[in-house]
Write a protein that binds this ligand. Sequence first.
Ligand SMILES: [Zn+2]
Length: 608
Amino acid sequence: MANKLISLAELSRTTQKTLARGASEQLPPGAAPTLQDLTECLLFSPGDGRIWLNGARMLLMHSSGLGALRRELIESMGLARARGIMLRTGYHCGARDAALVKERFPEADTLALFAAGPIIHALEGAVKVEPVHFEFDMNLGTYYGEFLWHHSSEDDEHIAQYGIGTEAACWMQTGYATGYTSAMVGRLILYREVECRSMGANICRLIGKPAEEWDDAEEDLADLNAEPFVGSSPRSTTARNSGDKGALPSTPQPDPAPSQDSDMVGISSSFNAACHMLRRVAPTQATVLFTGESGVGKEMFARMLHRISPRHDAPFVAINCAAIPETLMESELFGVERGAFTGATQSRAGRFERADGGTLFLDEIATLSLVAQGKLLRALQEGEIERVGGSRTLKVDVRVVAATNVDLREAARRGEFREDLFFRLNVFPIHLPPLRERKEDIPLLMTHFLHRFTQRHGRQLSGFTPRTADTLLGYDFPGNIRELQNLVERGVISAPDGGAIDLAHLFTSGERLAQPMFSIGTRGVLATTSDDQPPAGATTEAPTAPSEAIHTLFGGKDPSRLSLQEIEDAMIDHSLAEVKGNVSEAARRLGLTRAQLSYRLSRRPSNE
Ligand SMILES: [Zn+2]
């Protein structure tokens, strides 16, 4: 327990170190990162065909090339969709740069990190940014920023193609500012160009503030959401053709505001690729197989598929195959006739019958027994079923949608899954990316869940504290969206009214954010993973957020600049210190055998 108190005290000291509010006028001259610091992150490696910005691969391309792409987009899909694509592309770049700057300058204070956005945006050649004024208070969740843009390359290209018009045209740059600031603040900060050269102004003027503070932000939000699905539409009527929109059912939608209650939120390319596929397959009768880790939202996608399909007025019936005992599976799926077996006192329809005319969603399909797989295959092939104990054949019209978090092809190879059923289900597979591969969506999802749960629980909260936002943005979310959703809901309930959600509110006592484990990620930078719940009776530990844990572990040094040996030594020392030198226990925590740890210790120079 004493251990826990000390760690909590340490945590609160860290908060004091983080500057939670500031304004552009307070920035001390020469505060890092400066233009020089940021320029040093840029590395040309010409012989190798690569350009790097601190580990992120960049491209040097013709501004007119982007202008040509822009024109193609506008011509082929209309202004509104083209604008959305450019905006989201910019958002992606801005959010990436924010993550990169935070990672490269972990010691910089928040104000300087905000100020780095315009510098790096200019460094990349899109535009010269002149900050007029910006201010933020992370505890209150407020932000206001006003900037001037000089000689925007996007305006040059737009004006060259289309001349001066009536709407702002720096779409990608506006997206960049939105992405950068949102990733800094941890909630959606929307920017708009209130003046733009493409509207005949001498200079572009940009204003950014939280989405809720703009009038009719729905339009901007629709642009940020690549797939509005039902209930929202692009604001511009200048679209020359409707593109994929034609695939939507033309009947009036029953649900007035589905984007509010659905978690289909995201602008990342991997998420949107999945959305595009969903929209394409929805109007057909094809069987769809959703794959992806637990918690990525497979059922949510299945429900949306049903909702935008021509079957949307008929039932959507879901069954989790892993939750039904094997002996009951057949009667669950196909129903049962009275007297079929002891206890079957009356006839009952199965899920297939109940889904007639609609969609049947089979979650965790890989857990079906081989016998049940055979019966399912027959139902799919023949379009007819027989109740257990019945002799009648019933025709059913059901669209089957399945989901799995295991590799069915591999399971089929091992003989655990019928190959013929796999091919029958795998007509149109849609892979849903894990949250760690769409980190730029985290600020949007944080805002989305915060909004939902403050409403649901009747709470008034200002948002997330900086270190909470930082931790969530840096975390790998092994439990995916479901984990983020649970964390935010818990935070909303635990935080004091009128205050902000802090780390301590996410991890209630008796629980821990899993013992952080460290591994070298694909980028050569330390990444954290975590085991799930602690085993019963495990000692509870202070809620340590991954990024802070790393910070403590390496004495504030940037882990990406340490050698593998230094990292290993630090982890071993840390574990040994935590268990007061107990080698067996330290080995267990490190995932090593005692012998492996002893060997590593014996290789060290003899100062130990
Ligand atoms: Zn402009």
